[in-house]
Design a protein around this ligand. Structure first.
Ligand code: MLT
Length: 410
């Protein structure tokens, strides 16, 4: 028998969202008449916008003609998309990013999960708690941790608690680490770091020779213009940060798949002899070895969101989801629930009522109100006692879900 990677055996039974899916499917099989409303996984419901659809159609037509057909594309992405990203996502906000520092990919889940591969097996890591579970799980798979304790925390990871008292923002690590993951706007709490907060992190990373892995997948949902949308808005970040961006929620690409990573040229790590190595070279090496690029029609579709019409269409969808978030927040708050987030992020983080733990409330919500949320404890032990509601739903379903939660639990 082939020897397996024992580190996988340390992982909790299932990844969070498939586990939720299993419970919902079992419930539906037992209750086929139940009208279940899904506000669990953050999956978009609004269809592709006209500009995106047209750009994809046109690209498919190009592929159907010999003279414009395209085979393998550049592993890092086509220039037309990387130029558009540098111009619209960064230069328009006063941030200079060279298109060569941009690596187009098929999703931030893969990027934020894969990035750890280019760092040493014994690199030390700090991870906020609660946070997107991919950061922890991929480091467990890579063997950077010991076993999980009874609280689900893995030995070897420095967890950074994000609690109500800290505004759900992590404090600086108490012990030095090589890598720290930050996610702002935060999944799941919806908390957003201010410029002052991010400056503190950049100063710390530079002083401690650490690298910040900054997940900005939800930056487009920031409504407060004073809040940063990129870590590269902070002076000095080019020397200490990598940023992840995604079109999944921004442009309805969860099924289309497109995202990108920014690795600045200045960013370095050290080799076994203490020599300095450009991180972008390693990420490039990894990308060109393991990836053949995102398909041409998908990259044309992503480019279309930067056109005048495309950008307005995408903004309208974001506004729709953010109006949902406001409805969830207001409806629950009026009924006396404690809610957080949902203002600069598409997720509302609510305290579970009646002293229920996260999974107990998840089950009660499903069986009594037929509403699916995401248990806070699935994002880390500090998420215990909370539940995340996603605003990615149709308006009438969101309103109905809020009404049912109030009816059954207020
Ligand atoms: C979430 O619900 O947290 C996200 O949809 C998961 C993901 O983006 O992979």
């Amino acid at each position: 028998m082939a020897r397996i990677n024992d580190h996988y055996l340390k992982l909790a039974a299932g990844y969070l969202f498939p586990e939720i899916g299993r419970r919902v499917t079992a419930f539906q099989q037992a209750n086929p008449k139940a009208d279940v409303i899904r506000l669990g996984i953050g999956d978009v419901v609004l269809p592709l916008t006209p500009s995106v659809r047209q750009a994809m159609h046109d690209a498919v037509d190009e592929m159907a003609i010999a003279k414009s057909f395209k085979g393998y594309g550049p592993e890092r992405g086509y220039d037309f998309l990387r130029d558009a990203i540098a111009k619209h996502d960064f230069r328009s906000r006063g941030v200079e990013i060279d298109p060569n520092e941009i690596f187009v990919s098929d999703g931030s889940k893969c990027d934020s999960g894969n990035i750890q591969e280019i760092f040493a097996e014994d690199a030390t890591i700090a991870i906020p708690d609660p946070v997107y579970p991919v950061y922890v799980d991929t480091n467990v798979m890579a063997g950077r941790t010991g076993a999980a304790g009874s609280d689900g925390r893995y030995a070897g990871i420095q967890y950074l608690p994000c609690t109500e008292a800290s505004g759900f923002l992590p404090a600086l690590p108490k012990r030095p680490v090589d890598l720290v993951y930050l996610c702002s706007p935060n999944n799941p709490t919806g908390a957003v770091a201010t410029k002052a907060e991010l400056s503190k992190w950049v100063d710390w990373a530079r002083a401690n020779d650490a690298i910040i892995l900054f997940d900005a997948a939800y930056e487009r949902f920031v409504t407060d213009p004073a809040l940063p949308r990129s870590i590269f808005e902070i002076e000095g970040a080019r020397e200490c940060a990598i940023e992840f961006r995604s079109y999944s929620k921004t442009a309805g690409f969860t099924g289309i798949r497109c995202a990108y990573v920014v690795v600045p040229k200045e960013l370095t790590g050290r080799d076994a002899n203490g020599g300095s190595v450009a991180v972008s070279k390693l990420w490039d090496r990894r990308t060109s070895t393991k990836f053949n690029g995102v398909s041409y029609p998908v990259q044309r579709a992503a480019e279309a969101i930067y056109s005048e019409a495309g950008s307005k269409e995408v903004q309208a969808n974001i506004d729709y989801y953010m109006a949902n978030a406001a409805i969830i927040r207001a409806g629950l708050a009026k009924a006396g629930f404690h809610t957080f987030g949902g203002v600069n992020a598409p997720y509302v983080w609510m305290k579970t009522p009646g002293g229920l733990d996260s999974w107990q409330f998840f089950d009660a919500l499903l069986s009594k109100a037929n509403v699916v949320g995401t248990p806070g404890s699935g994002f880390g032990s500090c998420g215990e006692g909370y539940l995340r509601l996603s605003s990615f739903g149709f308006r009438e379903k969101v309103e109905e879900a809020v009404g049912r939660i109030v009816q059954h639990f207020a």
